[in-house]
Design a protein around this ligand. Structure first.
Ligand code: ADP
Length: 499
């Protein structure tokens, strides 16, 4: 038993693409208080996306004390801090002044595409993939770090002298919170294109390839360990975990065993499958990544399938077509009809991500006849999310040899019951939604709590995880496969769109 007065709360920091949240959980994993602040999105040129790291830090300085006040807690009541962060977003700052030398370059930014095309043309792709598991894509952080070192006069030489520091957002926040501990968590490092996926070390060959001085890099650490004690905001409280946001959601969904999978349905969607102690190199457009690593233990890996457009197709239907006023209304409209009327929408708005990775593809509405109504279109919008998930799951099953038995879901779109049934039907798999929808923050909190011994083991976390709803597959198999063929035919119509 814990003595009265022992800190029993965990603070999760979820630093996301559009906002930063501070969330307090109690010893039973219940959400006690939540504060959130958005930060500015800057688009200086087409394809460029930047954030101000100082603004993100300033937001954190406001929301952490406010969250504690809301819960009536003082910092000494907090046992640990866990961080989940938007992944791949790149910051470089001055070690002496703590000032960023350039705005953060965000994961969506495509300015380094040509740089990577040149490396691919020179034949670097195979070696990079063999070491990191990743394709040479602007999605990851290495090319952005190289870009900043090129763009800011004198930066590469200063980096080599140890005067500059690189990090993804968790590195930046830990450095700020601890007053100078320069570390990265291994899940974030696994998405840099610079880390060897098996040794979990920075790879000298890759550093040479991207012309990165090793002095600029943070130390790679397990995700569940004490990175340092806070000197700011929560003096003396240990930062006991850090994970990329999608890995945190996997942890928050307690997907601890090989074969466990979750999908987060938001603007885009991210499906992660725990593959156990071995990384699985995909032949089908999925990304192997570190899921988490407990201090002193071997890492656990995951296969990831990223889908670019899911919830944002609902937004498009609402804002660009004006056929609904709110996102939830799509369910009401879709329920006015029994099926899609033969219509399929493939939302390749900016190409297709997993499993196709076709940047030239553009969206189509296929199968139109005069029979089709806006109700059918609403169905086709929702089915697009379900079929895209099916494509990723098929690729995962084939790559991993671990057939999916149930899918745990979270994110804004999971409020849509019709969509959840469509996903269960099209995957022919049970879909499960948990009580606590804030799985990213919950994962960060769980990881930090385990790390400081607030919870004894993963079994304790599983006991906190409660199912809120479940959908069982109920679609006629022949109809499912016939419609999947139609979907796949529609997908091929998006390819090779002339530009
Ligand atoms: P993110 O974290 O990516 O910002 P959220 O998890 O907050 O996303 O989910 C928001 C997305 O979910 C939006 O794109 C919105 O269109 C979609 N969405 C929200 N509610 C519904 C609903 N009831 N049905 C379908 N889509 C929805």
């Amino acid at each position: 038993m814990t003595r009265a007065g022992t800190p029993r709360h965990v603070l999760a920091i979820d630093q996301g693409t559009t906002s930063t949240r501070a969330i307090l959980f109690d010893g039973s994993g219940r959400l006690v208080a939540l504060r959130q602040l958005e930060h500015a999105q800057s688009y200086p040129q087409p394809g460029w996306v930047e954030h101000d790291p100082e603004e993100i830090w300033a937001n954190l300085r406001r929301i952490v004390p406010a969250t504690l006040r809301d819960a009536g807690l003082t910092p000494d009541r907090v046992a640990a801090v866990g961080i989940a962060n938007q992944r791949e977003t790149t910051v470089v700052w001055d070690r002496a002044t703590g000032r960023p030398i350039h705005p953060a370059i965000v994961w969506q930014d495509t300015r380094t595409t040509e740089q990577l095309d040149r490396l691919a043309a020179a034949g670097a792709g195979d070696e990079v993939r063999a070491r990191t598991g990743l394709p040479l894509a602007s999605y990851f952080s290495a090319s952005r770090l190289a870009w900043i070192l090129d763009a800011v006069p004198g930066a590469r030489a200063r980096a080599a002298r140890g005067e500059l520091l690189f990090g993804t957002i968790e590195t930046w926040l830990i450095w700020k919170l601890t007053g100078g501990v320069h570390v990265t968590d291994v899940t974030n490092a696994s998405r840099s294109l610079l880390m060897d996926l098996r040794t979990l070390r920075w790879d000298e060959g890759l550093l040479r390839l991207f012309d990165i001085p090793p002095e600029v890099l943070p130390e790679i650490r397990p995700s569940l360990q004490v990175f340092g004690d806070c000197t700011e905001l929560l003096p003396g409280v240990p930062i006991a975990a850090a994970l990329g946001d999608q890995q945190a959601a996997l942890f928050g969904q307690t997907c601890f065993d090989a074969g466990d999978a979750k999908c987060t349905y938001g603007t885009g969607s991210f499906l992660l499958l725990n593959t156990g102690r071995q990384p699985v190199l995909s032949e089908r457009g999925l990304i192997p990544t570190v899921a988490y690593q407990v201090d002193g233990a071997a890492p656990v890996y995951a296969l990831e399938g990223s889908i670019a457009v899911t919830g944002s197709l609902v937004q498009w239907f609402r804002d660009q077509l004006g056929l609904i006023r709110t996102a939830p209304e799509i369910e009401t409209l879709a329920r006015t009809v029994d099926d899609n009327g033969g219509c399929y929408i493939v939302p390749a708005f900016a190409g297709l991500f997993a499993p196709h990775w076709r940047s030239e593809a553009r969206g189509v509405i296929a199968g139109l006849t005069s029979y089709v109504t806006k109700g059918h279109l609403a169905r086709a919008v929702l089915e697009a999310t379900a079929w895209q998930t099916r494509e990723v799951v098929d690729a995962m099953n084939a790559d991993s040899g671990l057939p999916l038995t149930a899918l745990r879901v979270d994110g804004g779109m999971t409020a849509n019951n019709l969509l959840m049934q469509m996903i269960a039907d099209r995957l022919d798999t049970t879909v499960v939604r948990p009580m606590v929808a804030e799985t990213v923050s919950l994962g960060a909190a769980y990881a930090a709590g385990i790390s400081v011994g607030l919870w004894p083991d993963f079994g304790a976390l599983r006991r906190h995880w409660h199912k809120a709803a479940e959908w069982l597959p109920a679609m006629d198999p022949a109809r499912r496969e016939r419609e999947f063929e139609h979907w796949q035919f529609a997908v091929t119509r998006t390819f090779d769109w002339p530009h």
